[in-house]
Design a protein around this ligand. Structure first.
Ligand code: 5GP
Length: 164
């Protein structure tokens, strides 16, 4: 099996702190953080505390169905962020990884229609990403196992096996 990149909870703690430090040192002071659910929720929460930003929003985008298996296009799931809440704001988009970059491109394009400025922060960026994020903790071309999705769900849905 191809080698994987592992982001443990402990490593996530130092990665998100280092990412926040990069953003602060760059002088970017976002009015709000827009997390890309679900993986970006963890990143946005950590950055929200580290950068002292309480205004957190969510955009729910579905794209991957398995390891390197994708839908044809990323799909925005409801509820869609309220454009009025974002209007004129300096927005920091937070996600776990820019892989193809299609998800972040969709979110960035959505923001561009409404906000004053948009920048992206990710834990990982892969070389093939069509979006170049302003803030990146680490670069890799491997599949990443994130702490939050490394284990299967504890509930059974549509024939999935329950994790004991
Ligand atoms: P993209 O649109 O950049 O191809 O992928 C964005 C989303 O796909 C990420 O937010 C994440 O949920 C999922 N994804 C992409 N690459 C990986 C990976 O290497 N590991 C995991 N666990 N999820 C990934």
């Amino acid at each position: 099996m191809a080698e994987r990149e592992e982001l443990t909870w402990e490593l996530f703690g130092s990665a998100s702190r280092a990412l926040a430090r990069m953003i602060a040192d760059d002088g970017f002071e976002p009015d709000l953080i827009l997390s890309v659910a679900r993986g970006g929720l963890f990143v946005a929460g950590a950055l929200g505390y580290a950068l002292d930003v309480k205004n957190l929003h969510v955009m729910n985008v579905e794209f991957y169905t398995g390891v390197d298996q994708r839908l044809d296009l990323p799909v925005v799931l409801p509820p869609v962020p309220n454009a009025v809440d974002l209007a004129g704001a300096k927005v920091l988009v937070a996600d776990d990884v820019a892989d193809t970059g299609a998800t972040l491109k969709l979110v960035r394009d959505f923001c561009a229609e409404h906000v004053a400025e948009v920048r992206c922060a990710v834990i990982y960026e892969k070389p093939r990403s069509e979006v170049s994020c302003e803030y990146v903790w680490r670069r890799t071309d491997k599949w990443i196992n994130f702490a939050w999705s490394a284990l299967p769900p504890v509930v059974e849905h549509a024939g999935r096996v329950v994790d004991a």
